[in-house]
Ligand binder design. Structure first.
Ligand SMILES: [Zn+2]
Length: 169
């Protein structure tokens, strides 16, 4: 488990780049469409240097797990704590150059990226079930020929949200 977890090597900017390579419209849609994020929560496994962000994004459950997360030191004074919380937009501030694993419950993730991400150790959780993109509104049976790891629009939305709110730098 420990060694396996340490294998994640893709970063969020790399996954965005991969997404754009597969289909630039997914990144455009993530920026252009409203991106309602509900129930954002962080679960920290400090000893394993993991921080798991989970949110409901437009009705889908999106997960981004950071694998080189540094546990935050407790600020020494109340004022410093308040300032830190305001600056970071919450309890945690990490860098987006950390290795990650991601997952989303939507058809776009399942059809386009889940298999590629699993093969590249960029998928969070159990092996995703095999999906035929034609079951999710795609014309072709293969929509990610190069098996390039990437993210659906919900994961990209969540990533941009974490950046905007100071939870990721
Ligand atoms: Zn999604």
């Amino acid at each position: 488990m420990y060694l396996n977890e340490a294998k994640a090597t893709f970063t969020l900017p790399e996954l965005v780049a991969g997404t754009r390579e597969v289909n630039v419209e997914i990144d455009r849609a993530a920026k252009a469409q409203p991106c309602p994020i509900e129930g954002l929560r962080a679960e920290e496994a400090a000893l394993m240097k993991q921080l798991k962000w989970t949110a409901t994004v437009n009705g889908n459950t999106s997960v981004i797990t950071l694998y080189d997360h540094a546990k935050k030191e407790k600020p020494t004074s109340g004022l410093a704590a308040m300032a830190a919380a305001v600056l970071s937009g919450g309890q945690y501030t990490d860098k987006d150059t950390q290795p990650v694993r991601v997952a989303c419950t939507c058809g776009e993730y399942l059809a386009v990226f889940s298999a590629a991400n699993y093969a590249a150790d960029a998928h969070h959780g159990y092996r995703p079930r095999a999906a035929d993109p034609r079951d999710y509104g795609y014309k072709n049976k293969v929509v990610n020929e190069g098996e390039i790891p990437g993210m659906c629009r919900h994961l990209i939305c969540l990533y941009y949200h974490l950046k905007r709110t100071g939870r990721l730098q």
